[in-house]
Design a protein. Sequence first.
Length: 448
Amino acid sequence: MNKTTTRDMTTGNIAWLLIQFSIPLIIGNLFQIMYNTVDLLVVGNFVGKEALAAVGSTTMIVNIVVFFFNGVSTGATVVISRFFGAGDREGLHRAIETTMLVTLIIGALATIGGVAMVRPMLAFQSTPADVVPPAAVYLRIYFGGISGLLIYNMGSGILRAVGDTKRPLYFLAFTSVMNVLLDLLFTVVFKMGIAGVGYATILAQFISAAMVLLLLTRTRDIYRLTWNDLRCDRAILGNIFRIGLPAGIQSILTAFSNVFVQSYINSFGSACMAGWSCYNKMDSLIFLPMNSMSQAATTFVGQNMGAGKEERVNKGTFQSILLILAFSLVACTMLFVLAIPATGLFTKEPEVLEYGAMFIHLNVFFILFNCVNHTLAGGLRGRGDSTGPMVIMLLSFVAIRQLYLFVMTRYISNTPAMVGLSYPVGWTACCIIEVAYFYLRWVKPAKR
């Protein structure tokens, strides 16, 4: 086993291991978010308000597919990390071949289904007439090349499972810079408009997929991908979906719920839509360390469960939550103070700036509740408990959030601010319920 490309998280200082593992993930996730953020920056500054609203309003639609797949990827990461923690080379090999075959199949289905559902999804979220044409163009291009993103995400998930977070970062850094250059080339030089940023994004994503596949097939390490052995192991596939499907279903229904939120925002016009898009992009930057620590907790817990180290599992879960809360508090404070300059990166239109800053000021500190939600859920999935977080998040992010929106907009105050607060309402409810669940399901029984 090549220790320079894998990381055994079953021994050593827990906090330091989590930090070492998370930092490349944070930077890598930052580069991944840059794909769509750069699209917003380019169209907002060089195309116009309607194009900015179009790209921003498509995020939730794209996330329905991407979040579902990331749930499956989480299941694969847990299964692979357990084989790695247990030192089972044969099981690890079969898990990797099964995982990649499933990825290729899902990629083909996502392309066909995504392109076919563009217009119905835009209509479902009440997209304004002036935004529909550019949004449809962008979505068709994006779904046409979504396989590149899915292959890269699964490949990097395999590497994360064995503790390698650095090389996926290098690939993303390279292709993110390429995406910026291609965005400017296609949009500013070739005048391709919103189609230019779409083509630039999928081209960069296919290159990142090719790089991670090349690494997996040429490595001599324990996680090598052998194309001739590409087949489906039913037992392993069952474990992947047992863990990954609840996470994927939860993510897809949450994204679907967010489409409803977007439809409420859309009713206030393109300026509010653009401001909401700006807020979501800045908000997603704060989510980066949270998602990265959640992934770190999943891998850490998975490896230690495979090694049979229950006490270390609990310590890692608690320490991951404390680390992310400390980091996010600083980041949220900075974004609150710099709300207007941050929104100004995307647009100079006063009305859009006002909306973007308002949404940031209302919501940003509630993200701390979501830090607990996602990091704790990552630890639970590493244990193999994916159903609990799914049920809790669906209850909070879908049922409670939609109930709040229904009551608030019809009977109390139908304003952009009140609609924007639907996110914190769901986050807060989820935090309370999930902490109680974790204590009653895992902590209290262990004390007996």
